[in-house]
Design a protein around this ligand. Structure first.
Ligand code: MG
Length: 623
């Protein structure tokens, strides 16, 4: 949640051809690898770890390399701890092929953008002139003409924090709110149903019971852009009758993004939805095993009986889908002779994936859909722990086209790999100039025992001690090249080419010969014993490898009137051009690191008894 709540101000980079940009040396060269599957109009993104211009929010643009030419394409930078570049791999990229882009300085214009416009009731997202959805932040009362609600309970049904309408590319409304059969149903929304807090049941879904509800709290950001538009907002899951009276149990952040792909001509929208939920009470929220609750969709009331259906990734339908698990579920129906639908994809990282689902099985009924992890058994939301739920939506014309849906599934679950070659920034300080150790000192007493070869390569002399910079650093970008030695096969584990870069002498990014091994939290690329690299991209010993690192030091301030850490250190690492740590919060020093503290501190290169080599080390201090 912390990362979601940290203000993400969004910069828009809208671009077209800009003569000045051509011929300029790129700040980064980016390669997208389709991998095993063909890609079509696929949204991709990548952190910009060592591009100072991105951190400063300077205008940047993206060019696709086509032969000797360059074509400017829409791109967008999301600010945050690590700036992130977003764009669309447009058209079709066949399996096994790559596409290359260059990031250059300077901005230009965009044509069609995704807009987020907010008034005092709703936030509306549109692509060009076409509306996609409205999010309600103002309270919506139930309609007066709905009977059976006792007057004294009517206010319980006042609700916000939901999406309605969701429009199809043709402009039909695909959601419903306050249907007479379930007055509490609200388009697309995400309350839990059968939960226990302080030993008592709280139902955030059936609001008429008066035990719980979900309320909009505030917007954290809205984004208008050439690649995506959307919003982030905070919502409160409130228990109405606790020992302390009304109490917020869960703080939730929605992050909703509509991509600039598809549209009326191609007949679809693509939306990413993420909900991050944290229990903020002093005791856990117990999720009881139950048949519904969580991410819910109530379809338009024009879909009823024979003119609507479900189809899951496992081939189940409305008749037999309830209680089964799926990677995706399509909900479709007919309005005025036109079939349309929406597929909901559950991300592979989601709890209980493939998630169990609630579908209404009655053949004469409307369409209701719900990904419901609680069907798989009781679970717990502990205070302070983040639970992240990610769903992609594919809003489409026609009945479900399984081939097309599976293509979108692969883009979501197994996105193309993005590799980046960062250019050395102008502001970079060389840490080894190839001749001496003028910027270094030995850890502890005495002279540096490492050697510098004729070709300017620094090599560890085992047992001569670790070395560290004379200068202290707080936030910085850093590049390092290293090579582990070729050792006899019987040398194994932590004895095989071990060294490491100790950021601020506190946090070690491990160096080891881990070629071909499973990623682990003590192998090469790991944040030592804390986190494994996201993937193992190690080269063979004897080959040069690179690290590109963006580091934000821990922040100190006051908590409850006492000096305290208020923000963990954050690390982004690319190894050999591949992102292996994506803005990771590191809660404490690693291994033999120095204790955490507010003071800036040196970079230390570890002597762990192996002849590891270094070259081309540079750093850009950011403070
Ligand atoms: Mg080490």
């Amino acid at each position: 949640m912390q990362s979601c709540l940290s203000a993400l101000t969004i910069g828009i980079l809208s671009m077209s051809l800009s003569a000045g940009a051509f011929g300029a040396e790129p700040l980064a060269t980016i390669t997208v690898e389709a991998g095993r599957h063909a890609r079509t109009d696929t949204p991709v993104s990548i952190s910009l770890a060592t591009v100072p211009e991105a951190v400063k929010g300077l205008p940047l643009s993206l060019q696709e390399v086509r032969g000797v030419g360059r074509v400017a394409i829409p791109a967008q930078i999301e600010q945050g701890w690590t700036p992130r570049l977003h764009w669309i791999v447009a058209g079709t990229l066949p399996a096994g092929q790559t596409r290359t882009y260059e990031l250059v300085a300077g901005a230009a214009r965009a044509e069609r953008v995704v807009k987020a416009n907010q008034d005092d009731k709703v936030l509306e997202i549109s692509v060009g002139d076409n509306k996609v959805m409205q999010y309600h932040h103002a309270m919506v009362p139930p309609p007066q003409n709905i009977g059976k609600i006792p007057e004294e309970r009517r206010a319980l049904y006042n609700h916000n924090a939901f999406i309605h309408p969701l429009w199809s590319p043709k402009g039909n409304v695909l959601t419903d709110i306050h249907p007479p059969d379930h007055i509490h149903h609200l388009g697309i929304w995400m309350p839990w149903t059968h939960t226990t807090f302080e030993g008592k049941m709280v139902d955030f879904w059936n609001v008429g019971d008066g035990t719980g509800t979900v309320r909009f709290s505030k917007f954290l950001s809205t984004t208008t852009g050439a690649v995506y538009g959307g919003f982030q907002c905070e919502q409160d899951h409130v228990a109405l009758k606790t020992s302390k009276g009304e109490q917020t149990i869960l703080k939730e952040v929605w992050d909703v993004r509509v991509y600039n792909v598809g549209g009326p001509q191609k007949g679809y929208w693509l939306v990413d939805f993420q909900s991050t939920q944290r229990c903020v009470a002093d005791q856990p929220l117990i999720q009881d095993e139950y048949r519904y609750g969580g991410f819910g969709y109530r379809a338009t009331r024009q879909w009823k009986g024979a003119n609507c259906e479900n189809l899951t990734s496992e081939g189940k339908t409305r008749k037999d889908g309830h209680g089964t698990r799926a990677r995706w579920c399509d909900n479709y129906g007919e309005i005025d002779g036109q079939w349309e639908g929406v597929t909901f994809f559950s991300h592979p990282k989601n709890f209980q994936h493939p998630e169990p689902m609630r579908l209404w099985p009655e053949p004469n009924n409307h369409i209701f859909f719900n990904f419901c992890p609680s069907q798989a058994g009781a679970w717990e939301m502990k205070p302070g722990e983040d639970h992240v739920f990610r769903y992609r939506w594919y809003v489409h014309e026609g009945k479900p086209d399984v081939e097309q849906i599976e293509r979108i599934w692969r883009d979501y679950a197994e996105p193309p790999q993005v590799k980046v070659e960062f250019k050395r920034p102008q502001a970079a300080i060389d840490l080894f100039e190839g001749k001496n150790f003028s910027k270094w000192q030995k850890q502890g007493e005495g002279e540096i025992g490492w050697k510098i070869n004729d070709d300017g390569v620094v090599q560890i002399v085992p047992k001569s001690g670790s070395i560290m910079t004379k200068q202290d650093f707080k936030d910085f970008m850093m590049h390092a090249e290293f090579k582990t030695p070729q050792l006899p096969a019987e040398v194994r584990g932590q004895g095989r080419g071990n060294s490491g870069i100790y950021i601020q002498r506190r946090y070690e990014v491990q160096i080891l010969d881990s070629f071909g091994l499973e990623p682990k939290n003590n192998e090469c690329g790991s944040i030592y014993t804390f986190k494994a690299p996201d993937r193992n991209v190690c080269k063979q010993p004897g080959e040069w490898q690179t690290y590109d690192i963006l580091f934000h030091a821990a922040r100190y301030g006051e908590k409850d009137g006492k000096p305290a850490k208020v923000q963990n250190a954050r690390i982004t690492v690319f190894q050999n051009g591949v992102l292996i740590h994506d803005d990771v919060e590191v809660p404490n020093k690693t291994g033999a690191g120095q204790p955490e503290g507010p003071n800036p501190a040196p970079i230390l290169l570890q002597d762990h008894g192996n002849e590891v080599s270094f070259r081309n080390l540079w750093i850009v201090p950011l403070d």
